[in-house]
Design a protein around this ligand. Structure first.
Ligand code: GLN
Length: 488
């Protein structure tokens, strides 16, 4: 059961080969047996999951089912879930039980999907390794000494370890694509505004976007069909019409023009990782695509630009955690100032404090023009680079990360080298574009991700390219040894 894709589970449930309660039970048993290796879940409510599965079975029996009815899905612990603790990987929200569902969660619930559990993540989604979580790091199923990537590391590890058929993540600067690459799964960060942000704990509001993480592009398309769409309660959500993201998966790649930015293949890219990417590009060429060399001249500025804008927005978003309204409160405060400062000192971890300090500094009256305003101007130049390229090509391709997953602890005391991990993913968020990562090979047993970037609202095209690639390759079907044990 646990080796089935979402597409196969959908079919099996429809044909009554098995029930949603059976599928959900199977995954809950695997979480029980195997998650001590990965630490990929923060919260699992078995009884609630089985009750939802029972409800889904009734819908399946009465003929009122949707595509995802009865499919268990794990959600990053950044999505507010009514009555289920939503920690955002932080001590600050360790005791926070939201009174409402994020729009994404509510959409999955109305489709009849089963909420399997809440997954581990970097604290407030700040990180590239899942090591900043208050609940301890998640681990990479391909080698548990390695990080799974971050910040949606728990979602990636849960899918790669076959503890969930699919999961949700959020991506502010790469947090869906980078862990997808490290764990050998497929992840899509949609166009900014394609998926509602209501009820997602805010990190950097002009960059945050939620998306699906699964084994294949086809499975991501199933999830995106449920997630995407306008939300009147999120003023940044787009009114552009959605598509049936499954409908064009099989379209031919004949005539597709793929741009290869020289900046993504130069210094800093691990040679073996680059080799996997070149092989993947040959496969796309064999299917009729043309490869076009091009340039994104402002690429070198993406890391400094992002690491001004994201912390600036984070510093304002995280001002709400003050010990008064919700979440952690320090013991016996002597006065209001003591309440604020000790609550924040004790409730936030080191990386979050670093971002708040950088962001507050960048926004301070004397420095605003020099840092924040300048960063916004460069953001425009970075976006224009992409717009010029998309006059000549349909899709841009390159590596998702400079190399495969690194060892736990290898970068945790070196924030700059951790930030360099994001060199190929950040620009996509700064420009609001859709991007995805899909498995494209292995380097010494560690998965490598191919990144595809498209025009605004071209999710269907990206999923189509990825699906055609996956029809001709089997990287996305490989299973890590650590996932082979357990029940079933
Ligand atoms: N690694 C990046 C950061 O730490 C991106 C995180 C994300 O996308 N949530 O900011």
């Amino acid at each position: 059961m646990h080796t089935k894709s979402v597409a196969q589970l959908v079919k099996g449930l429809r044909e009554r080969q098995f029930s949603s309660v059976e599928v959900t039970r199977a995954y809950l048993d695997r979480i029980d047996a195997l998650d001590s290796q990965y630490n990929s879940f923060i919260t699992v409510d078995e009884a609630a999951a089985l009750a939802a599965a029972g409800g889904a079975d009734e819908r399946l029996a009465s003929g009122t089912a949707n595509a995802l009815t009865g499919i268990p899905i794990a959600h990053k612990d950044i999505f507010c879930t009514d009555g289920v603790r939503t920690s955002c990987g932080s001590r600050m929200l360790d005791n926070f039980v939201p009174p409402y569902d994020a729009t994404v969660i509510q959409r999955f619930k109305s489709a009849g999907a089963v909420l399997l559990g809440k997954t581990n993540m970097d604290e407030f989604a700040m990180g590239s390794s899942n090591e900043s979580s208050f609940y301890g790091p998640a681990r990479n199923p391909w080698n548990t000494d390695l990080v799974p990537g971050g910040s949606s590391g728990g979602s990636a590890a849960a899918v790669a370890g076959l503890l969930a058929p699919a999961a949700t993540g959020t991506d502010t600067g790469g947090s869906i694509r980078q862990p997808a690459a490290f764990c050998g799964i497929t992840g899509l960060k949609p166009t900014y505004g394609r998926v509602s942000r209501l009820g997602i704990v805010a990190f950097a509001s002009s960059l945050d976007q939620a998306g699906p993480m699964a084994h294949s592009a086809e499975d991501c398309a199933f999830l995106l069909n449920t997630m995407a769409g306008h939300d009147p309660l999120d003023s940044t959500s787009s009114t552009t019409a959605t598509e049936d993201y499954c409908a064009t998966l099989g379209d031919s790649l004949e005539g597709l023009r793929i741009g290869l930015p020289t900046e993504y293949f130069g210094e800093g890219l691990d040679a073996a990782t680059g080799g996997c990417i070149n092989n993947a590009l040959k496969e796309l060429e064999a299917q009729g695509a043309t490869l076009v060399e091009m340039s994104l001249p402002h690429s070198a500025l993406t890391i400094p630009t992002y690491y001004i804008i994201a912390p600036a927005e984070a510093s304002t978003n995280l001002a709400r955690f003050d010990g008064v309204r919700y979440g952690y409160r320090c013991e016996n405060p002597v006065d209001l100032h003591d309440l604020y400062s000790r609550t924040r000192q004790e409730g936030f971890g080191e990386e979050v404090k670093r971002r708040i300090l950088v962001g507050t500094y960048a926004l301070s009256a004397g420095y605003y023009d020099a840092y924040y305003k300048k960063a916004q101007q460069i953001r425009r130049l970075i976006t224009q680079d992409f717009m010029h390229c998309f006059e000549q090509v349909d899709v841009i391709a390159g590596p998702t990360t400079p190399g495969p997953a690194f060892a736990l602890g290898a970068k945790s005391n070196d924030p700059i080298s951790m930030y360099l991990e994001d060199v190929y993913t950040l620009a996509v968020n700064l420009a609001g574009l859709p991007g995805m990562s899909l498995p494209a090979g292995f380097v010494e047993g560690k998965p490598v991700g191919l990144q595809l970037i498209g025009r605004h609202f071209s999710e269907a095209r990206l999923l189509n390219v990825a699906h055609r690639f996956q029809q001709a390759t089997d990287w996305h079907l490989r299973t890590p040894d650590s996932a082979k044990g357990g029940t079933l």
